[in-house]
Design a protein around this ligand. Structure first.
Ligand code: ADP
Ligand code: MG
Length: 625
């Protein structure tokens, strides 16, 4: 579609506001344009926090030479034609404002060649004024260089923070854009050093590897669930991956990076039993749903979104997260350790100015940069054949899970769970055999009355017996609940005095608590008569337990029913496990056996880890063997 200026009616319906707040906004807009252009390889370069120099190079469709000037007009876009299109946006851009806004506060150099065109063009602008336009030979695709951001608006320039801070923001943004686009090879060069480089093979695990490193990527779990017109797929990291802030959480809706409290809440609620209180899970998750059920025309930065039906989205998310996390078993810590060579290569390749070495075509596709960087050396994984080999090895060493390509859904067919075409051909990775119930293990001892030491394969596991017991109890209780037999009848009903507020709470939640195993009815004005309690509680201390459960319930008033149910179940289990218990060898064996081969997550229901692993090679290293 050609680039045209939108009509006044459409412009009037586009959320107004400033597009370019700081260097990150420029990077976001330029990379989104590159993605919309269908690029498979994008290079982002930033010097000193971006204010002095930013360059984004892509191998996308390019801009026709006769449309290059038009692209910098305000409200000029090739992505929508009228106001109706705003209800069904399938591209990242649609406002037609980014290039004009960026141009008005910087000095721009654009080099572009439309796919199939005989030649490209180069255009230079200083604050929207065209200062040079010529036809040139260049690779297909587009390069945009932005220099001296806010050179003509000193007040805004003064608002920028230190270069390190701005660079930090950009780095975080780029990490997210990479995780959202695992099928695009993205290289991020900060101050002339390659900071990140993704393969673009469509495997989000590999992208997480490039961004967060080996250990973190290994600790994350792939999820892919759909129901009710909604699909959620990507990576979640709990346990060792948890963080004390949310900078490692990335959410995408139909491939678009978003800031969305509803998603954050749903994830964190679902992870409650797997992440410690006050900590946050990591994630890179894409939610696909019909484009017309979400409004992205809310804010000029296009990060904010609004769901048409928040409640039903939240309900579907709760269900999907619950399902996804249930498959995340205790043995996860054992799964990858064997398979990845003990070298991690986030390729930190020096970028030597003046090194004229000709660049080879690389596996990640550098046709475009090859031309653009004639004067300087382009860092390339092919420059270091050994390193490239190592990267390939690592990529191959991941289990060949189904690709969870986040970007596939830019123009989503939202309800079908299609397997995306991988852009690059990487040989099939060997599957890691699932650990069945037959992997032998040996219980050595219990130390400090708390930690069970188990040898399995070439590892030592330290298992917190209380956390393990609590988790198993929790899982069993859940099964009982599913079968409606979580209650144990009391021989003599228990009469408990309650306050007016507690009575209201009890009446309001009678059916929820009934499901969980508490059966009671009001007994006069200020007493209740309890006939049954959750099986998992045993017989001791029923009344104090019940009262503190009520307190918990009071705090959960505003939570969804599902949330309240889960929290009360967790609460019951916590009460059921006594610390300092001495377990017999037989009890230990069945506990460990059950724990290792159940599908229970490797954390207690409150998020503390159940198991820590130490490999033989780690121990060997301690002894310098
Ligand atoms: P929008 O992305 O909202 O359409 P922009 O101002 O970002 O508006 O870009 C204007 C137009 O310029 C786009 O609609 C697109 O046609 C063209 N364009 C911008 N960047 C690129 C690129 N990297 N590759 C191809 N076309 C581009
Ligand atoms: Mg744009």
């Amino acid at each position: 579609m050609s680039i045209r200026v939108l009509d006044a009616a459409t412009i009037g319906r586009i959320a107004a506001g400033e597009v370019v707040e700081r260097p990150t906004s420029v990077i976001k807009e330029l990379v989104e344009n590159a993605l919309d252009a269908g690029s498979t390889s994008i290079t982002i370069e930033v010097m000193d926090g971006g204010a002095s120099f930013m360059r984004v190079t892509d191998n996308g469709c390019g801009i026709a030479s006769n449309e290059v000037r038009m692209a910098f007009e305000n409200h000029a876009t090739s992505k929508i034609t009228n106001a109706e299109d705003l209800g069904d946006i399938r591209t990242l851009g649609f406002r037609g404002e980014a290039l004009s806004s960026i141009a008005s506060v910087s000095k721009i150099e654009l080099i572009t060649r439309q796919r199939g065109a005989a030649f490209g063009v180069q255009m230079k602008l200083v604050g929207t004024e065209v200062q040079g336009f010529q036809e040139i030979g260049c690779a297909e695709g587009t390069t945009i260089i932005v220099r001296d951001l806010f050179f003509n608006t000193p007040a805004r320039r003064g608002f920028l923070k230190k270069a390190r801070y701005e660079a930090g923001l950009i780095t975080e943004l780029v990490a997210r854009l990479m995780l959202g686009n695992p099928d695009v090879s993205i290289r991020f060069i900060l101050n002339a050093k390659t900071h990140y480089q993704s393969m673009g093979d469509g495997q989000i695990l590999h992208t997480a590897f490039a961004v967060y490193g080996r250990e973190v990527a290994e600790g994350m779990s792939l999820i892919d669930e759909s129901a009710g017109g909604l699909r959620i797929h990507g990576l979640i990291g709990v346990g060792d991956c948890e963080r004390n802030n949310r900078s490692h959480q990335s959410f995408f809706i139909n491939g678009r990076l978003v800031r969305c409290e509803l998603l954050t809440r749903a994830l964190e609620d679902a992870c409650k039993g797997r992440v410690m209180a006050s900590m946050h899970p990591m994630c890179a998750l894409n939610v696909c749903l019909p484009p017309d059920s979400v409004d992205i025309n809310v804010h000029p930065n296009k990060l904010e979104v609004r769901f048409r039906d928040e409640a039903s989205v939240r309900m579907s998310l709760d269900e999907l997260f619950e399902r996804a996390l249930n498959g995340d078993g205790m043995l996860n810590p054992l799964k990858y350790t064997e398979k990845i060579p003990p070298v991690y290569q986030r390729p930190e390749i020096e970028f030597n100015e003046g090194d004229k070495k000709k660049v080879n075509k690389t596996e990640v596709g550098d046709e475009q940069t090859e031309v653009q960087y004639k004067q300087t050396k382009v860092p390339s994984i092919n420059d270091e054949p050994e390193e490239a080999e190592q990267i390939k090895q690592i990529v191959q060493s991941f289990p060949a899970k189904e690709s969870t390509d986040l970007r596939e859904s830019h123009a989503p067919a939202p309800l079908t769970v299609s397997k995306p075409e991988a852009v690059k051909k990487i040989p099939e990775a060997p599957r890691v055999p699932e650990l069945g119930g037959d992997v032998p293990f040996k219980i050595h001892c219990v130390v400090f009355n708390t930690y069970v030491i188990v040898e399995i394969q070439d590892k030592i596991l330290f298992i917190d017996q209380h956390a393990a017991h609590e988790r198993l109890l929790y899982e069993k209780y859940k099964v009982m609940l599913e079968h409606n037999n979580a209650a144990q009848q009391l021989l003599t009903p228990l009469v408990i005095r309650v306050s007016k507020r507690e009575m209201d709470l009890l009446i309001d939640n009678q059916s929820l608590l009934g499901e969980i195993g508490y059966e009671y009815e009001p007994f006069g004005e200020s007493d209740i008569r309890m006939r049954a309690v959750p099986f998992v509680l045993g017989q001791a201390d029923l009344q104090p337990q019940f009262m503190s459960m009520l307190e918990e319930l009071d705090q959960l008033k505003a939570a969804t029913l599902e949330r309240r149910r889960n929290d009360i179940i967790r609460f019951a289990c916590k009460r059921a496990v006594k610390s300092g218990d001495h377990l017999t060898q037989g009890e230990l064996e069945s506990l460990i056996q059950e724990m290792l081969y159940s599908n229970a997550p490797p954390t207690c229901p409150h998020g503390r880890p159940v198991v820590r692993t130490c490999t033989r090679s780690e121990i060997d290293r301690l002894f310098k063997r």
